[in-house]
Design a protein around this ligand. Structure first.
Ligand code: ES4
Ligand code: ZN
Length: 334
């Protein structure tokens, strides 16, 4: 049945998936109908036209322009629950054990959907997935870096109660990278760190931008993980630092191809990361838009790099070790 039985059975953890990026064209149009949403004229008008559009993103910004329109069909708590639970079922069928899910509250609050609606719906899906699918889940709130810092601060304040009651477990930073460097968000990360010292801090860095964005995210935002981080291969000192401090990179191979960060998966610095002992995990990012879920991303790496069984075990163990779960859960998974 499974051509890649070994990869399917390998215990996989996902650390980089945007729940809004799991919105398939099918679900998008069905929610548009259910919620009476009229999509703009320039938006692809069918599942087929969406899939064509998804093969032709020029870069990150071109993708994001489409993505923020797509999420406008998400209105009610039930929509968020349905969205997340569909993803959990699919990921489970790929052999996933644990997932840390990003969401963008500002992308919803700015169109009049309350953070309560978003978080309640997502949290219901998380609880159901833990009970029925026996996977573990964590929600990580991301700040949209193209929005003003005061808006980000307000978002954090509105989320304090969810950090306190354990519904939200971390802070991330996403959206357009190059014009909005990490140093802009120092006060945001400080606010979360001071109020919620156990929250996981992570940030998208070095997806399209220079490795200095990674260094500054470590130095100024105090993150303990880097999302993407593939540009780190241009700075050997940085690679040593990532290895020495066990900073895990959440790499997203199919995303990097679709957004033209690389021309082919074979250009990713996977061999260099292994050589330098930089921990990394393999992730889907926005699977409904980038042509594959977590197992497809593992398969893409295997097809290009023919890793040994030992190398795959090391990657899987690094993913478990780098997950935001307690030691008991880590042992259960591996
Ligand atoms: C994203 Cl690939 C990527 N990069 C930055 N922000 C994002 N939000 C959703 N996908
Ligand atoms: Zn991402």
């Amino acid at each position: 049945e499974h051509k890649h039985k070994f990869l399917h059975e390998l215990p996989k953890c996902e650390h980089h998936v945007h729940v809004e990026g799991t919105l398939s064209p099918e679900l998008l149009f069905s929610l548009a109908k259910r919620n009476n949403i009229t999509l703009p004229d320039h938006f692809p008008g069918s599942v087929e036209l969406c899939n064509e559009r998804y093969d032709n993103f020029a870069d990150l910004q071109d993708f994001l322009d489409h993505y923020y329109i797509g999420m406008s069909v998400l209105i009610n708590e039930q929509d968020f629950e349905d969205l997340a639970y569909e993803y959990f079922k699919k990921a489970k069928s790929d052999g996933l054990h644990h997932t840390e899910v990003f969401f963008d509250p500002q992308g919803h609050v700015e169109r009049g959907i309350s953070i309560e609606t978003v978080v309640n719906g997502l949290n219901k899906a998380c609880k159901k997935a833990e009970e029925e699918l026996k996977i573990s889940t964590k929600l990580i709130m991301c700040l949209l870096r193209h929005l003003p810092v005061p808006n980000c601060i307000e978002t954090i304040k509105s989320a304090h109660k969810y950090y306190n009651d354990g519904t939200i477990h971390g802070l991330g930073l996403d959206s357009s990278e190059k014009p909005f460097p990490p140093e802009l968000f120092e006060s945001c990360y400080k606010l979360v760190k001071e109020n919620h010292p156990n929250a996981l801090l992570t940030a998208h860095a070095g997806e399209e931008a220079d490795p200095i964005f990674i260094t500054n995210s470590l130095d100024l935002l105090n993150v303990t993980r880097i999302d993407h981080g593939v540009q780190s291969h241009r700075d050997d000192e940085l690679l040593k630092r990532l290895a020495d401090n066990k900073i895990m990179l959440s790499v997203c191979p199919l995303s990097n191809v679709k957004l033209q960060v690389v021309n082919d998966v074979k250009e990713l610095p996977i061999r260099k990361f292994l050589e330098f002992n930089v921990p990394f995990s393999i992730n889907s990012d926005d699977p409904a838009y980038f042509g594959g879920y977590i197992l497809d991303n593992y398969i893409a790496i295997e097809d290009r790099f023919q890793l040994t069984g030992e190398e795959w075990v090391k990657i899987a163990k690094n993913g478990v070790y780098g997950s935001f779960i307690d030691d008991k859960r880590k042992e259960e998974i591996y």
